[in-house]
Ligand binder design. Structure first.
Ligand code: ATP
Ligand code: MG
Length: 335
């Protein structure tokens, strides 16, 4: 069986360190062992939370360039925009018709993003997990590397695949497996250690952008919330200290170490000392990504080439799946 990775980032804003450490870094490490890799810029998902559509084009360019800058080889993997493959929304519609509302009511992302204003939340935000199931199942993806916050959605995709099998009495889809990085699955906001770092947080100081220059990186780490306690000798000592734990976790993830190793290296030190070391390692990682990102943002010909190549392959795979799906649903074949 062909193994295939599918994952994506929403073009909703400035790509950040959480997207890199929680998702893209893991994608890159998987590309050697998995046969085919599809990385999508999920622009239709972005519309579920957009105040208007004015930034979508620019943000799509940014995420495309960031994939490459973070280490995805656009000639070994396929990078494409969701809206360039109409099959996603077609399959999502079929899934809408077999997905019980009760399943969607359990999705925590909707609760988080809709907040108290459920009556005004749009239908797209509610149906987001169904479109995501379509993104994954359309390509018969076997591996779906995501941050921990998206695990529930991948599990829903498996449930939807089962429901579809029951509906058509035929096995059409491959069951996808979520792949969550063991370390730093969730990078938290620099302002509030209980909230995840997010593109849509209103505060720029809550996140590290991959486009931040060295001075901004240093400033954001200096301003990052911590506490007065020194660094303990093990990770256990960080319980109930969410901001401290987050900074240790970021260092650990960048250095490919675990929290215990970082704690023992900095045991007894204050956060002001630790922050200097964290800034250094952060700059060391972000600077080359930023430099590559800026170059590609300036090269429209290359960006278009990458996206066209990705869309061609994605549409080819989608056409095969959709033919099977339509036939299993007994839709009248187009004469
Ligand atoms: P938005 O706030 O617009 O939803 P986001 O930062 O959550 O943006 P997404 O495009 O929704 O980013 O997610 C892209 C990928 O990055 C997903 O695999 C998601 O799990 C992962 N991810 C997002 N935020 C974090 C984070 N703080 N820590 C680890 N992984 C994250
Ligand atoms: Mg998100």
């Amino acid at each position: 069986m062909t193994t295939r990775i599918l994952s994506g980032v929403r073009p909703t804003g400035n790509i950040h360190l959480g997207n890199y450490l929680g998702a893209i870094k893991n994608w890159v490490s998987m590309t050697d062992t998995i046969d085919e890799h599809l990385f999508c810029i999920v622009d239709q998902h972005a519309l579920t939370t957009a105040e208007d559509a004015s930034d979508l084009y620019e943000h799509t360019r940014l995420i495309t360039a960031a994939y490459v800058a973070c280490g995805i080889d656009p000639d070994k993997s396929y990078i494409f925009a969701q809206s360039h493959v109409p099959g996603h929304t077609e399959l999502a519609w079929y899934f809408n018709c077999i997905t019980p509302l009760g399943w969607l009511n359990r999705m925590t992302q909707f609760k988080d993003k809709a907040g108290k204003n459920k009556e005004h939340a749009n239908l797209g935000l509610y149906a987001y997990p169904v479109l995501m199931a379509a993104d994954i199942l359309l390509y018969k993806a076997t591996h779906v590397p995501v941050g921990e916050d998206q695990k529930q959605h991948v599990e829903l995709a498996r449930d939807i695949a089962h429901a579809f099998t029951n509906f058509v009495k035929r096995d059409v889809f491959t069951l996808p497996n979520p792949v969550i990085p063991t370390q730093s699955a969730r990078i938290m906001s620099l302002r509030d250690g209980t909230k995840k770092m997010s593109k849509s947080d209103i505060s720029d100081y809550s996140r590290i952008h991959l486009l931040d220059d060295d001075d901004t990186l240093a400033l954001k780490i200096r301003k990052a919330k911590t506490d007065m306690e020194p660094i303990p000798n093990t990770n256990e000592g960080l319980a109930d200290r969410p901001e401290a734990k987050n900074l240790i976790g970021i260092y650990a993830s960048l250095a490919n170490q675990n929290n215990d190793t970082v704690c023992s290296a900095f045991e007894g030190k204050t956060f002001s000392v630790f922050k200097t070391a964290l800034t250094d390692i952060l700059i060391e990682h972000v600077r080359p990504i930023r430099e590559k990102l800026i170059l590609l943002l300036d090269d429209k010909t290359e960006m278009d080439r990458i996206l066209a190549r990705g869309a061609d392959r994605a549409n080819e795979l989608a056409a095969v799946s959709l033919a099977e799906v339509r036939s299993s649903l007994n839709l009248y074949p187009r004469p």
